[in-house]
Write a protein that binds this ligand. Structure first.
Ligand code: A3P
Length: 288
């Protein structure tokens, strides 16, 4: 394990933490990355998992309010339950049911998650919007100090050179693990479906979590956790918001169309077809 500087195609550096051949964010404290597989798991732990920039903050906010049974307006951040970021003694001290989250592959997480059949909310977002979102996030985050250009970022990101590696490796690993463990309670949510009809997807989440909050509650929750609602609330309450302005950037489907050049798009589509051959995942790149 070591601190490394990964160069994009133009020679701009992204500082990262490397562990077992994989790059991760360059957090000041990296024990939680190294020891993630050792977190003691409880039967009623609930996990939100997905590749970075898939809407993790959004679904975490919605889930914690479903579990609480009322709208929350506090300064609590998703990081408190992020397994590779939060100190593990703080995760141990959380009261049950714990709402944890991670961008790790299931195969690298504590095996007790599978043994205890914990509930998992698994998030997917189309990889073109993920790339754009991740690029903008990296430009803004203080621990990356990155100044590179989009044209020097996209391909290297897609090929898995940066934090958390490749979206393709991640989603294909998750699909394989889900098939291997059909007994695992996993709810798969697509960012695009949530943008298309948030209430419909919230009903699924409500049923899956067993919270049974009723239509009035769910409709109000859609409003409270809409992109605008969440962005304004975080600006008001969160001490992190100033340091992480890239977290609530645009919140739309299809922003990639303004970023990918025709050549980049052609390269990406060919690569996508190659990597996803044989996969029956239905990923939507736009809503129309
Ligand atoms: P964009 O950069 O495309 O705007 P994560 O939480 O996994 O890091 O994902 C961040 C992405 O989710 C960002 O995408 C962010 O704007 C979007 N997002 C956050 N809250 C949202 C919300 N309430 N509704 C829609 N998108 C949201």
């Amino acid at each position: 394990m070591s601190r490394v500087k990964v160069l994009d195609a133009g020679g701009d550096a992204l500082p990262m933490f490397q562990h077992q051949g994989q790059n991760y964010p360059n957090y000041a404290q990296t024990d939680s990355i190294v020891n993630i597989h050792k977190v003691p798991i409880r039967d009623d732990d609930i996990f939100i998992c997905g590749f970075p920039k898939s809407g993790t903050h959004w679904v975490w906010e919605v889930s914690r309010m479903l579990l609480a049974g009322h709208q929350l307006d506090d300064a609590v951040e998703k990081g408190v339950g992020m397994m590779e970021y939060a100190p593990h003694d703080a995760i141990q001290a959380m009261s049950s049911p714990r709402l944890l989250n991670t961008h790790f592959k299931l195969s690298l997480l504590p095996p007790d998650i599978v043994k205890k059949r914990c509930k998992i909310v698994y998030l997917l977002r189309n990889p073109k919007d993920v790339a754009v979102s991740y690029y903008n996030f990296m430009l803004k985050l203080p621990y990356y100090t990155y100044r590179g250009k989009w044209e020097n970022f996209m391909k290297y990101h897609v090929l898995g050179k940066f934090s958390y590696g490749s979206w393709f490796d991640f989603v294909l690993d998750w699909e394989e693990e889900k098939l291997k463990h059909p007994e695992l309670p996993v709810l798969t949510l697509h960012y695009e479906d949530m943008k298309e009809n948030n209430l419909r997807e919230l009903r699924k989440l409500d049923r899956f979590l067993g919270t049974d909050r009723g239509e009035g509650f769910l409709s109000a929750l859609c409003e409270h956790t809409s992109f605008t609602g969440m962005n304004q609330r975080k600006a008001r309450t969160s001490s992190d918001h100033g340091a992480f302005p890239g977290l609530y950037r645009k919140g739309i489907v299809g922003d990639w169309k303004y970023w990918f050049s025709p050549e980049q798009n052609e390269w990406f589509d060919t690569y996508y077809r190659e990597r996803m051959e044989g996969s029956d995942l239905n990923i939507r790149f736009s809503l129309s």
